[in-house]
Write a new protein. Structure first.
Length: 480
């Protein structure tokens, strides 16, 4: 099957979050089982400045939106796991920032129009046409809208899948975006939705309404976003499309995240030979300035320091953790200034207990997964989450809040692989940590728990097969 991925970021070329991981790894996994998957993304200025080898321009055109025509040139990456096209639209992407510009709505209208031009080029010049266009998050949401309206005559037979990675980011835009995008003929979808959507333009809502199938990145999150608590105002729209919604867990790259071959960590190890895990723990303690203490539990955190990730809960349990336990904590991340300051202060006040590195360092992240005994993810909400899967792979037992993908991947009990809590309160988080610390003292039981998690298969292979079946269902829904 021919599939065109449309995404605003793709690992390893550009990444700000989990969307890039999916758009980078899933196409390669699908190609490995015989599907012809290609990827299209913006050519941001940072990509040009990095000098990433690319061929082109292989096509050029002008994109008309409103009263202006903007130049587009198409490049193709020279070396990528899947054929990847870069849309070079200087008016939209010759910027220092990837997102967060005041005219993001205009930028991603141009991106959607550019994708349609690329599709025409691929069909007319290369003789290639997708059976399915797989669009990711609000940045790509207008593509299915166009395919079902203004471009329906040309591409109306092509199936569409729209994946919601994080419903909190919807692409709200001024109402004038409707005419700017050339979509005013059908009236305002947002005014029909009413409420806070009336008098706005909502990219995400349009992707949901116009796609053949909507997917999210975990089964639990698919159910959560159809409720008022998690639906961000779109729960009614999502419930109306319940029969077209599915949750599919993301995977991790088992070749990249492998403690037996990872060059970033102090020593290799695997489930049947865990000696290297202790060496990694000692090396991490030395690197982060903590006392080397093999018997003291070492807790790891690799995260953005924001409320979504549960940092208000971590803040709430820190006094208890320092007073009632002997655990050490290593934290890596950046985010809200108040939490950056707080954990800097903890590290300065308790240098034998807490180490905080503000910023991001991919190699250090790997060493935290490898060196920690437990991994904390008390998220308020978590569409999928990759950290807990990486932690399992590295034998760092996850302690999570049972929400979204965390609920689908971490279980507690005799056959479990970690520890979890549900009510969003510090005392329940502390209870879960306490249960984990008690289990840690049972050396034999802890080894069994840790090994069970390491042997789980959270690779992309399973997800790729599920998506392949989803694409077939989308194609059939178009009567093909």
């Amino acid at each position: 099957m021919n599939v065109l991925f449309v995404a605003a970021e793709v690992d390893p070329w550009i990444k700000t979050g989990g969307l890039a991981d999916v758009a980078g790894a899933l196409p390669a996994a699908l190609r490995s089982i015989g599907h012809d998957v290609r990827v299209v993304m913006p050519r941001y200025r940072v990509l040009r400045e990095k000098g990433i080898p690319s061929d082109g321009p292989i096509a050029a055109s002008f994109l008309t939106i409103g009263e202006r025509a903007e130049e587009q040139r198409v490049w193709r990456l020279s070396a990528s796991a899947a054929p990847t096209y870069l849309l070079d639209i200087p008016a939209a992407f010759e910027r220092a920032a990837i997102y967060g510009e005041s005219d993001d709505h205009r930028r991603f209208v141009l991106f959607a129009r550019g994708v349609l031009d690329l599709m025409q080029h691929l069909r007319e010049v290369e003789g290639w046409q997708p059976d399915v266009v797989h669009c990711h998050d609000w940045h790509a949401a207008l593509v299915p809208n166009y395919l079902r309206t203004t471009m329906g005559y040309t591409f109306g037979h092509i199936a569409t899948v729209f994946t919601i990675h994080n419903l909190a980011y919807q692409g709200f835009a001024p109402p004038a975006t409707l005419s700017l995008a050339g979509l005013s003929e059908g009236g305002s979808l947002e005014d029909v939705l009413g409420g806070r959507f009336a008098g706005t333009f909502n990219f995400m809502a349009r992707g949901i309404v116009h796609s053949d199938i909507i997917s999210t990145v975990s089964p639990t999150y698919a159910g959560e976003i159809m409720t008022p608590e998690y639906g961000e105002g779109l729960d009614g729209v999502l419930r109306s499309r319940r029969d077209r919604m599915v949750g599919i867990l993301n995977g991790i790259d088992a070749m990249v995240f492998d403690p037996f071959t990872d060059p970033s960590i102090a020593a290799p190890y695997r489930p049947d030979n865990m000696a290297g895990k202790g060496q990694c723990k000692a090396a991490l303690q030395r690197e982060t300035g903590l006392p080397v203490a093999p018997d003291r539990p070492l807790l790891g955190v690799v995260s953005r320091l924001v409320e979504q990730k549960g940092f208000d809960l971590l803040e709430a349990v820190m006094p208890w953790l320092l007073r009632e336990t002997d655990a050490q904590l290593v934290l890596l991340g950046s985010g809200q200034a108040n939490w950056e300051t707080l954990f800097h202060r903890y590290a300065a006040t308790y240098p034998d207990r807490v180490s905080a590195r503000i910023g991001f360092d991919a190699s250090l992240a790997q060493r935290i997964y490898a060196g920690s005994d437990m991994f904390l993810m008390p998220s308020r909400f978590e569409p999928c989450g990759l950290g807990q899967m990486i932690a399992l792979r590295y034998g760092s037992v996850p302690i999570v809040r049972a929400t979204g993908g965390l609920n689908d991947t971490v279980s507690e009990g005799w056959e479990g692989n970690g520890f979890r809590f549900h009510p969003y309160e510090g005392r329940y988080f502390a209870d879960a940590i306490g249960r984990a610390l008690a289990a840690y003292r049972n050396t034999e039981g802890w080894a069994i728990l840790r090994e069970r998690g390491m042997r789980e298969d959270n690779s992309w292979g399973h997800a790729a097969n599920v998506y392949a079946r989803l694409y077939l269902a989308a194609v059939k829904s178009r009567g093909r």
